[in-house]
Design a protein around this ligand. Sequence first.
Ligand SMILES: [Zn+2]
Length: 230
Amino acid sequence: MNFVELKSGKSVEGDEIKAFRSELKGPRYLYLMAGVHGDEVEGVYALQQMFEWLKQQDDLDFPTIVIPVLNPDGYRSGSRTNSHGVDLNRNLPAKSWVSEQRSDRYNPGQAPLSEPENQFLDKLFQKFPPHLIITLHSWKPMINYNGDCKDVADLLNLYNSYPVVADIEGHPTPGSLGDYGPEKYQSPVLTFEFPVIDDNNDLKSIWEENRIGFETLLQSDLVRAQTKSS
Ligand SMILES: [Zn+2]
């Protein structure tokens, strides 16, 4: 698969937010993104491996956008939030957005879409509308789906046995991409939570237990835009 680099976005501190589009264009795109939370290096590493693999697949081609690290400032400093201390996954202009924050971890920002990283993401969504967004995080291993992509979650679960959940109980996510994607763009969102590196798991082993699942997914029809008969 061939990709072209798009014009980068800019973070709060002026770092480049890189984004890539498949040479093949289409009315709607698969999004693969990571590094929304800068300290979640597991997802960033996994997406690097996935992206390199995709580029080597001559027989695959479908409209795709890849955003390797949405929050480069947080990634550089090892922090969850961006340089304004805002949780980018609480700052999107979904109806659920609230100004109150549960803790510093979940600072939603001054206003919905106040942060340049999310403004860049939303511009990409407008220009290259998503049909499925896969966003790679790390926490308790789980596959969280919002909107109509349980089939995607179930396929990955066959390979990693991570719990598949529609909502995370006791863990509301106002202003999250999972709320925003289906609501604004009619695009389901898969928020994939890798396990976190510890004494028993490093980046390579975490990716290895998921590699076949993701490669199978990317070769399946589930990541291609469905032409719905109506
Ligand atoms: Zn996260």
